[in-house]
Design a binder for this molecule. Sequence first.
Ligand SMILES: [Zn+2]
Length: 404
Amino acid sequence: MSSKLHYEFKRKLEELEKYKGRGTELITLYIPPDKNIADVSAQLRSELSQASNIKSKQTRTNVMAGLEAILQRLKMYKKPPEHGMVIISGVIDLNGKQKHITEIIEPPEPVPLYKYHCDSSFYLEPLKEMLKEKDFYGLIVIDRREATIGILKGKRIEALSRATSMVPGKHRQGGQSSVRFERLREIAIHEFYKKVGEKATEALLPYKDQLLGILIGGPSPTKEEFYEGNYLHHELQKKVVGLFDVSYTDESGLYELVEKAEDVLQELDLMKEKRLMNRFLKEIAKDGLAAYGEEEVRRYITLGAVDTLLLSEDLRLERVKYRCPKCGKEVEKTLRFKGDSQQFCDECGVEMEEVERKDIILELSELAESTGAKVEFLSTESEEGAMLYNAFGGIAAILRFKPE
Ligand SMILES: [Zn+2]
């Protein structure tokens, strides 16, 4: 998911989460991509006839209206969209007023289940699950007898491949010269490392673009030999982020490895934010290619001078456009989220009308992207991310050049 899409989706869910119904009358319907629409409609019609038995008049009326609204919307579909869809419908309390809303959400990932749900709030858990970080890490645990290769996806560990060796034990048998024995043993070890490298390529190389790093576990000096001997494909080798002492080298070793690497993994998550902010701070310190604050950054974007726009995910501002009803003059202003402001035309003196309102994060990132700038969203979980929000107003930029 691109960061912008991810952000938009997150904000949408935040909005839906706030909506509450008076009774158990908010409907959420999950339709996976392979579901037959006709079957869904049939089930809704049967829910509709059952709903006529609901005792509370208000709940009955609202549930039936919700179901009918969904049935209407479904008529526009022959089959579900690529990722399926989630339809929500119901009467919500909006600033003390009741309002019927029906919305279709096409999520960024496939809808994983079919579900009809009726409650006092919308059922959003499966959608929220899609927002969770699904970073990939490659995992290798190795000793001289065996190796297991796996992957860490979010919190899930999956074993992908395993290799066992023909490396003889440390003690030679009678009749062999010790030099010859050691030589054969070293060859066998080398062959085994090569085999593990090949298996790792097979298992992990297809994921190379998603892999944030590779962890190697095992006893010393095996893991060090394996790593320092460059047995991994060079694309994988450069992703290795740490070596860890691990005593098992079967599937349970993968779990042990992730446990041992916990601190490093957490670090890495926040590393990207740190790197970006450090780049920015270095420029600030030498009064170089950096800018911050909405007004200044906006000006540099329009001049095409922004290389990377840094936005804090915690910003809650909106860009509002006003138009004069008399002369048509337009002005824009940044307001607090859902904030109000009166605006008068400086030509005619009449009150201007609000004609557009947009989340400033989206507005600025679209503006920046249209000039070819990169946009990065920073959480406030890292120290540096928090600094972006607290010290720089949540809006900063690393510049391509500094216009005079
Ligand atoms: Zn005017």
